[in-house]
Design a protein around this ligand. Sequence first.
Ligand SMILES: [Zn+2]
Length: 152
Amino acid sequence: MNARTPYLQIASSGVHGLGVFATQDLPEATLLGTYQGRRFSPEQLSRRRWDDSLTYLFSLSNGDTIDGSRGGNATRHINHSCAPNCEAVEEWDARGRLVLRIYALRPLCAGEEVFLDYGLIVDESYDATDYRCFCGAVSCRGSMVAPAGTSA
Ligand SMILES: [Zn+2]
């Protein structure tokens, strides 16, 4: 287990496959971890062929993409919810690199599953059934894709 995500624990989820759960009660705005993995520039990304690892890709606003399936930590298993209790925030780290940090949007209880709204930005030709959401929230959009008119 990655030492930098002490508040997170991976276990099977009621929503989808594996999920991530709070190990203890946590106050709002707690830093839960940094989304880690192999980094690709837009140029490197276009040269690669992607298969089923797509669900672990996180795109940053500077064009870089982080592939959590390679060298990632517990944060890559965080499931999507249309009513999330966490958010992913882009910040500059001490080395001047743009990173993605996961913060609690509200107080979390020990054992509570942690969710992000992926708000995926996808190609116009995407197949909506690939991104169907089953989070069960009252406000569920039925899709993990960002609502029209928003941008990450
Ligand atoms: Zn949903």
